[in-house]
Write a protein that binds this ligand. Structure first.
Ligand SMILES: C[S@@+](CC[C@H](N)C(=O)[O-])C[C@H]1O[C@@H](n2cnc3c(N)ncnc32)[C@H](O)[C@@H]1O
Length: 240
């Protein structure tokens, strides 16, 4: 798609996008090593249409992906994923100063995201047919898992990203729920909203976590998409 100059200021992306980040993007955003991919059960919440869970399993690891959209039949979800891909490509095309584009005007991540979506959809279809339970429908701030169920929890592009849609109370409850189901580390990225603004309640959230004995670290990372998304919050669950 050719990008054109926006008619006015670009607002937030709107309703929460069902995006399809690649395994390479997850690895960069969550500073994941090969060993961590297979070290223990991983929770990806929200999973969206990412290929992360399928890639972890292909590498020999264990991953459960959680998203409210996983109530849907595969064909219905495929239609949503197609529409959402168009929506994000169109939103990004209106911001030529913010994102990078190929010589033909295509957003440089459009093709990898499309490929990742196709990998996800094929895996989701198999999961639905075989009942393997790799994709579970649930909605933060409540997860249907026992305490400390996962060695590693990754959560990308919901919390902080949509601070225009979810209030501080939701964010705190959601992060505490991710901590509850984790026995090792919870990694959250990015810490900015869709317009690149820092989450304003981060200091208060970190205080709440520290008061509960959760280790808190802000890790510098290099985003594959937006240079400003340069930090990942790493929480170490007490006793890990
Ligand atoms: C931008 S996508 C991120 C998906 C994936 N992590 C990625 O980076 O591509 C956000 C996802 O959050 C899901 N979502 C929306 N509200 C949620 C909630 N309260 N709890 C869990 N997931 C939610 C949406 O359905 C959507 O798939």
């Amino acid at each position: 798609m050719n990008h054109s100059q926006p008619a006015g200021p670009i607002g937030p992306i709107g309703p929460v996008l069902v995006s399809s980040r690649t395994i390479e993007e997850y690895r960069a955003h969550f500073v994941l090593t090969d060993a961590e991919l297979t070290a223990g059960p991983i929770l990806d919440c929200p999973g969206g249409a990412s290929e992360f869970g399928a890639a972890v399993r292909a590498a020999g690891g264990s991953c459960t992906s959680v998203d409210p959209r996983y109530t849907m039949a595969a064909d219905d979800l495929a239609r949503i994923v197609d529409d959402e891909h168009e929506r994000v490509v169109e939103w990004i095309a209106r911001q030529p100063d913010r994102f990078r584009f190929d010589a033909d005007g295509t957003w440089e991540r459009a093709t990898p995201w499309r490929r990742a979506a196709d990998t996800f959809l094929a895996d989701y279809r198999r999961d639905r047919a075989a009942g393997t339970g790799h994709y579970l429908a649930a909605t933060l701030p409540e997860l249907p898992f026992e305490d400390r169920r996962f060695a590693l929890v990754v959560s990308g592009f919901l919390l902080f990203t949509y601070a225009d849609l979810f209030d501080e109370e939701f964010h705190t409850a959601a992060v505490l729920e991710l901590v509850r189901v984790c026995s090792g580390e919870v990694r959250l990225h990015p810490l900015n909203d869709t317009r690149g603004r820092r989450y304003p309640h981060l200091p208060a959230l970190l205080d709440t976590l520290r008061a509960r004995g959760v280790g808190v670290r802000l890790c510098p990372v290099r985003s594959t998409i937006l240079p400003n998304d340069d930090r990942t919050l790493i929480l170490t669950v007490s006793g890990a």
